[in-house]
Design a protein around this ligand. Structure first.
Ligand code: SF4
Length: 205
């Protein structure tokens, strides 16, 4: 049975008060998932970045812009998907006045997945989950999963955390494309687009 947008809205509201791990302490706000609640594709990233933390919206910073460009090239309408993160609060360390991204640890990933990501997946029941990057893959599979070895095909009926079953594509996180060497960036971007094209073909809107 399809749930209504109200259910995701209620979840989003509840998440504002989450204290299930220490990351709420320094972040500005929860950045919850956003998009179509009947989406066929759920895209999962790692955690909000600086811009997302300030705006309260997922994937609006530099990595989000890259994701938008890749989705467009792949023929996937972002509005037809649901975009979220494994971890809903921004983890960072201060260097001077700058807030530098810090990778969430296993406890934080597990806590946030259990509290929120699992519920998002249960409510939306997507045809396909696209796990972008090692943290998203760790969140959905509940264990470390190599991206390079597992990308490029659909992992069918994957047993995810807490008895959720879904078809999954793993790929890189778009922020990886910002860090990759200049000479490799073009090919890395094309490979990311190819993964998203595969997602579109497998689970057309
Ligand atoms: S990161 Fe997730 S589990 Fe931790 S406090 Fe924020 S919403 Fe809760």
């Amino acid at each position: 049975m399809r749930r209504t947008s109200r259910s995701i809205a209620a979840l989003r509201e509840q998440a504002q008060h989450c204290r299930a791990c220490p990351l709420y302490r320094n972040a500005t706000q929860v950045v919850f998932g956003e998009g179509r609640v009947t989406a066929r594709i759920v895209l999962i990233g790692e955690q909000p970045g600086d811009r997302e933390d300030l705006s309260g919206k997922p994937f609006v910073g530099p990595a989000g812009k890259l994701l938008d460009r890749a989705l467009e090239q792949a023929g996937v309408e972002r509005e037809a998907t649901y975009v979220t993160n494994a971890v809903k609060h921004f983890k960072f360390e201060l260097r001077g006045k700058r807030r530098i991204h810090k990778k969430p640890n296993d406890q934080e990933i597990s806590a946030c997945t259990h509290e929120w990501l699992e519920q998002e997946l249960r409510l939306i029941e997507p045809a396909l989950v696209v796990a972008m990057g090692a943290t998203a893959a760790r969140a959905v599979f509940g264990r470390t999963t190599a991206i390079g070895k597992n990308r490029g095909h659909v992992i069918k009926d994957a047993a995810l955390v807490n008895e959720i079953t879904a078809d999954v594509i793993v790929t890189v996180h778009p922020s990886y494309l910002l860090r990759v060497r200049d000479e490799d960036r073009h090919a890395a971007f094309d490979q990311f687009v190819a993964d998203l094209k595969l997602a579109r073909k497998y689970a057309p809107a």
